[in-house]
Design a protein around this ligand. Structure first.
Ligand SMILES: Nc1ncnc2c1ncn2[C@@H]1O[C@H](COP(=O)(O)OP(=O)(O)OP(=O)(O)O)[C@@H](O)[C@H]1O
Ligand SMILES: O=C(O)[C@H](O)[C@@H](O)[C@H](O)[C@H](O)CO
Length: 189
């Protein structure tokens, strides 16, 4: 596993802490990960990695059929995403990834020190409305929304986290995210 450090340890040799250059936009389906992630990457001039593009054909088929993924289904997917983060981190990268469980986030963090997470929290009704509104344009069915909420372990007390209300206007979300990345308020390991 390739692991790279993004930040200098605070205080070491009097070095200043660099802003994180790798961030995961996380949340349940319909929270706006892809939309916000892509726009944020463009704004930062960073690479954008669409997590859904790394699901196996088997995972896609399961979701399309309305069957929730298991921990096992997500294992190699998360590993591939961790490698993508590490590959792009030097130049800056935004990844859109549900990252629903604490263990999944730990797995991604293992690839990049100081990895930041932006959690887009969305209400169940809004998630349903948004996903149903995408219709056949997207493989993920609205019937899976409840399982996404059942699986989500909210990252409240985790390091390097920005928690945003996904039902605010996109421009406001982007503004907050960019400002947070600039200030780097969280403690790096
Ligand atoms: N802040 C927002 N305000 C209004 N609509 C939004 C907002 N964020 C996202 N949307 C809309 O919600 C829908 C779902 O967004 P998006 O596909 O980015 O979510 P997602 O979390 O990536 O979902 P999935 O994981 O299922 O791919 C899209 O139609 C998008 O335009
Ligand atoms: O962990 C998961 O269950 C999956 O990543 C889902 O979140 C979907 O891929 C996504 O929501 C559809 O775009």
């Amino acid at each position: 596993m390739q692991k790279i450090a993004l930040s200098s340890p605070a205080g070491a040799l009097g070095a200043t802490v660099c802003p994180p250059r790798a961030v995961v936009v996380m949340g349940v389906s319909g929270s706006g990960k892809s939309t916000v992630g892509e726009m944020l990457a463009r704004r930062q001039g960073w690479a954008f990695v669409e997590g859904d593009a790394f699901h196996s054909e088997g995972n896609h088929a399961k979701m399309r059929a309305g069957i929730p993924l298991t921990d096992e289904d997500r294992e190699s997917w998360l590993e591939a995403l961790g490698c993508e983060l590490a590959r792009h981190a030097a130049g800056g990268v935004v990844l859109s990834c549900s990252a629903l469980k604490r263990a999944y986030r730990r797995r991604l963090r293992a690839h990049v020190d100081g990895l930041a997470f932006i959690w887009l929290e969305v209400g169940r009704d809004a998630a349903h409305r948004r996903v149903a509104g995408r219709g056949d344009r997207h493989f993920f069915p609205a019937t899976l929304i409840d399982s996404q909420f059942a699986t989500l372990e909210p990252p409240h007390d985790e390091a390097g986290l920005l928690h945003l209300d996904s039902e605010r206007p996109l421009e406001e979300i982007l503004e907050h995210a960019a400002e947070w990345l600039r200030r780097n308020p969280h403690a790096h390991p």
